[in-house]
Design a protein. Structure first.
Length: 132
């Protein structure tokens, strides 16, 4: 083998090494970009931006519906309130409808008599047969 043949591909070798250096630089840039995208603060910021844009569009569409059909929206809101707070509302209604305790009905029924009081067979203080 002659020396000319041995070193004939050196120019290609230099080009290949330059290509490898460029590929390493591109790979380093790509890894840096991926790391910056996966940083927790960046992920949080992206998620917050998505939530803000979604909630804004949702609010705008709900506002449009409310302006077009106010009666339907009122019924929907009232139904939602009743579903969520039906127990407290029912308690309040029961309190309003019930007769307050301790008050006597001002119009007694003339045909009814109070039930007679039952007297015990034994005076107080005697032991019951079961206690013996």
């Amino acid at each position: 083998m002659t020396r000319a043949k041995l070193f004939a591909g050196i120019s290609r070798l230099d080009e290949a090494q330059a290509d490898v250096a460029e590929a390493k630089a591109r790979l380093a840039d790509t890894v840096g970009d991926i790391q910056s995208r996966l940083a927790p603060s960046r992920i949080f910021d992206d998620a917050m931006a998505a939530v803000k844009s979604t909630s804004t569009s949702l609010f705008e569409s709900a506002n449009d519906v409310a302006r077009k059909r106010p009666a339907a929206v009122s019924v929907a809101v009232a139904t939602l309130v009743l579903l969520v707070a039906h127990r407290p509302i029912l308690r309040l209604l029961r309190l309003l409808v019930r007769r307050p305790r301790g008050r006597v009905d001002p119009t007694p029924h003339p045909k009814t008599k109070p039930a007679p009081r039952k007297r015990s067979a034994r005076p107080k203080g005697y032991a019951d047969d079961r206690d013996l």
